[in-house]
Design a protein. Structure first.
Lengths: 191, 277
């Protein structure tokens, strides 16, 4: 792994890659965070809005995300994951903690630490990339909504079963059984 | 991972309005993570983007908490209380420095003058209980705080504010006096004997402040304490100190302090910072 910490960080521009921007953010460059925000806030917002109907909560989650990135950008190199996937894992967890946090956000303390998560694409995610063409699409459409939302939360959003349960507002045990049922059902539909 | 399939504007619009069937939503989302070009194609509202960014910018440029404040937050003090207590640095520093100066003078006097050290120790014992009281009456309120009228009109004003401030002031003053007491030469019990009188004087002052204004209450109780001690010392020296700080007297201080606390709780509605009535 390269060590860039000692060397001066080159100035960032619109053309810089996400990884370069994150390195500059770790070195304390606000301009890099601004570029990162302008590049990613749009799609994060669009995607988070499919998870939560309240636009204020979504906006707050996106703000929290980039504040967290500002504080923890140095941890990005360690995970060596795709920057977009890394941002998404932070954003969806921020949304979760905003949803379950106390009503008076401005009075409570800063949100908890960034979780350590692996952001390598899961097998399911890789399969989902091909969903447009294969037999998986129709199968997913025939799944009942509550089962599909669990597949969505675990396979696509990269949440753990416990976090998915919190997002959907159901007990963890229920989420586990539903996830199992969803996988069995998918297998039936695909064979 | 790239695919030969990409998002087009129509698909993106359908995605945003939620008109797509579930499997295609999932396909779009999976593709978004994998393809930077399609991410950039999602239209972003410029006004919204600027607003959101300025919120992020404000947040990361907010003043950082000091180490002491972080420690207090860790100990369970809510952040808004902390803000309240630390929002008046000018007031805080004045009494902090004053208390420190008095205590350092006491310690220096006792260390340097070897023959009179016992006398200084006794004088400390007499004066130490009053220090927190002076601090609490002098730290906030009309004479010290030019903003007290504005503070008084805020929803936060009232018994809770006075008590939070009193607790913070008394806590620090007691801590500093304890350090000084340990540094002082003299019998070992001197260093703790002043604590219960100090407790009595503080709760007594706060209880009395439900009738009088805070500085007047502090002056009355402090004067009473000084007069009582001086009267007792006037008769005979060593005996008086033993009588004023002996076990019986300490028990009496504790009981009176409990009484004062009860009065304070009973009459807490009548209580506000330094307003004369």
């Amino acid at each position: 792994m390269r060590r860039r910490r000692q060397r001066p960080i080159p100035p960032v521009s619109e053309q810089s890659s996400d990884a370069e921007l994150l390195r500059a953010v770790a070195a304390g460059q606000t301009a890099a965070l601004r570029l990162l925000h302008h590049r990613h806030a749009g799609w994060l917002r669009a995607r988070l809005r499919r998870r939560c109907a309240d636009p204020d909560v979504v906006d707050a989650a996106i703000q929290d995300t980039f504040v967290a990135v500002w504080k923890d950008a140095h941890r990005y190199e360690e995970t060596s994951a795709d920057a977009a996937a890394w941002l998404w894992t932070i954003a969806v967890r921020r949304l979760l903690s905003t949803l379950r946090g106390p009503a008076h956000r401005w009075l409570s303390g800063p949100a908890d630490e960034l979780p350590d998560v692996a952001t390598t694409p899961s097998a399911e995610e890789l399969v989902l990339l091909g969903v447009e063409h294969g037999a998986l699409g129709p199968a997913l459409d025939r799944l009942s909504p509550e089962l599909r939302r669990l597949i969505e939360a675990t396979a696509l959003d990269g949440l753990s079963v416990r976090e998915a349960a919190k997002l959907l507002g159901i007990p963890e045990g229920t989420a586990k059984t539903r996830l199992m049922r969803a996988r069995t059902r998918l297998r039936e539909l695909l064979t | 991972m790239t695919t030969d399939w990409h998002l087009d504007p129509g698909l993106i619009e359908q995605y945003e309005t939620g008109a797509l069937e579930p499997s295609r939503i999932m396909a779009v989302e999976a593709h978004l993570l994998a393809c930077a070009d399609c991410r950039a194609r999602i239209p972003a509202d410029d006004a919204w983007l600027t607003d959101n960014w300025s919120a992020v910018y404000d947040d990361i440029h907010a003043p950082r908490l000091g180490p002491l404040q972080r420690l207090l937050t860790r100990a369970g003090l809510p952040e808004h209380r902390l803000r309240l207590l630390t929002a008046t640095p000018a007031l805080r520093w004045s009494w902090l420095l004053a208390t420190a100066a008095v205590l350092m003078l006491a310690v220096a006097a006792a260390r340097l003058g070897a023959d009179g050290s016992l006398l200084v120790g006794q004088a400390f014992l007499v004066l130490a209980p009053i220090l927190p009281v002076i601090a609490v009456s002098g730290a906030y309120g009309p004479p010290a705080d030019p903003m007290h009228e504005i503070t008084g009109t805020t929803p936060a004003a009232g018994p809770a504010l006075v008590l939070w401030r009193a607790v913070s002031v008394i806590g620090v003053a007691v801590l500093m006096s304890t350090v000084a007491a340990v540094l002082l030469p003299g019998p070992g019990w001197y260093s703790v004997a002043w604590l219960l009188p100090a407790l009595l004087l503080c709760t007594g002052t706060l209880a009395l402040a439900t009738v009088l204004s805070l500085p007047v209450a502090a002056g009355v109780l402090g004067g009473l304490w000084l007069a009582g001690v001086l009267a007792a010392t006037g008769t005979s020296d060593d005996l008086a100190v033993a009588a004023m700080f002996g076990p019986t007297a300490q028990l009496a201080y504790l009981l009176s302090a409990a009484l004062a606390a009860a009065v304070l709780i009973q009459r807490r509605r009548r209580f506000d910072l330094g307003e004369s009535r």
